[in-house]
Write a protein that binds this ligand. Structure first.
Ligand SMILES: C[S@@+](CC[C@H](N)C(=O)[O-])C[C@H]1O[C@@H](n2cnc3c(N)ncnc32)[C@H](O)[C@@H]1O
Length: 296
């Protein structure tokens, strides 16, 4: 299977992350291996990379792509929230750099059977880790109306959350909602026509919310950032690329709190964003924001 993901902000990531060519680097979202390969190319022969991803397909493709680096690369299938244990099990020294490039990869979005896309009919899945038991269909068909409304409001920042939850519950009393386009139809019915004419696709916010809930993304990010701070070498760098405001807010507030405690120096006063030229070539880079800190 081909697995092509165009990495974003590559030069900017390298300039903040790779300050010491001989150390250990951890790519917590190794995905298609684009950033990982670029990092390895900058490292000395005794520079190592530990790559983590929850997605088995991504890791299989990336293992083939990074084979040329031999023993200098180790790949682990796991959730990055277990970063302490994963690094500890490697037996490698404290990392000089840790990278997170959050969210889903292009192949995950494009393989319709993963259920991330509201444009294609597919099972309502949205799991990054296919071995995890809870899918988006599990949540949509089992949570209470209140729980659904809460998730859609909090993780989707959707103003029509209460109506969407109400329409979901009404629909599932007739038949379960098992596919992406079934859910899109329910969402469209719930949002008044006038409100649907403006802005992005009407299902975008609800799909984002369910994806975050299925993968427990915000708690995993919070736990992983704390782990990264614990294990980074003194002088080591932590870089995070986020793609929506909920993630970016967590990263920004966490970095500021650490800076106040004297644990880190913030290297990016404002988030680094892609130049217009990059957005034109890779439209998915449009909402990327990179923040970086150096461990004291
Ligand atoms: C935007 S892609 C990364 C692309 C990568 N930087 C590259 O150059 O190809 C995000 C990746 O992070 C993985 N991911 C997201 N959340 C994760 C988590 N909590 N634990 C482990 N992997 C995660 C996804 O499976 C996906 O492959």
């Amino acid at each position: 299977m081909s697995f092509v993901h165009e990495p974003v902000l590559v030069q900017q990531v390298l300039s903040y992350l790779v300050h010491e060519p001989e150390g250990v680097y951890i790519d917590c979202t190794v995905g298609g291996g684009g950033h990982a390969g670029a990092i390895l190319d900058l490292l000395a022969p005794n520079g190592f990379l530990l790559g983590i991803d929850a997605d088995q397909d991504a890791l299989a493709a990336t293992a083939a792509r990074l084979r040329v680096y031999g023993e200098r690369v180790r790949l682990v299938k796991n959730n990055f929230r277990y970063l302490d244990e994963i690094w500890h099990d490697s037996g490698w020294p404290a990392p000089q750099g840790i990278l997170f490039d959050l969210g889903v990869s292009s192949p995950q979005l494009d393989q319709k059977e993963r259920g991330f896309s509201y444009h294609e009919d597919a099972p309502l899945d949205m799991r990054m880790d296919g071995e995890q038991p809870v899918t988006a269909a599990t949540l949509v068909n089992n949570l209470t109306e209140r729980e659904l409304a809460h998730i859609i409001r909090k993780y989707g920042e959707e103003r029509w959350s209460a109506r969407i939850a109400q329409f979901i519950v009404q629909h599932r009393q007739r038949e379960p909602i098992n596919t992406t386009l079934q859910l899109v139809d329910v969402i469209k019915a719930a949002i008044p026509v006038a409100a649907r004419r403006r802005g992005p696709h009407p299902a975008r916010r609800t799909f984002q919310a369910l994806r975050i809930a299925v993968n427990d993304e915000l708690r995993a990010l919070d736990e992983a950032l704390q782990a990264a701070k614990r294990i980074l070498a003194s002088g080591g760098r932590l870089c995070v690329i986020s793609f929506h405001s909920l993630e970016d807010r967590i990263v920004k507030h966490t970095f500021r709190a650490w800076a106040r405690q004297g644990k880190v120096t913030i290297l990016t006063k404002k988030p680094v964003t892609p130049a217009q030229a990059e957005i034109e070539v890779n439209p998915r880079s449009r909402s990327a924001k990179l923040r970086a800190v150096e461990r004291s």
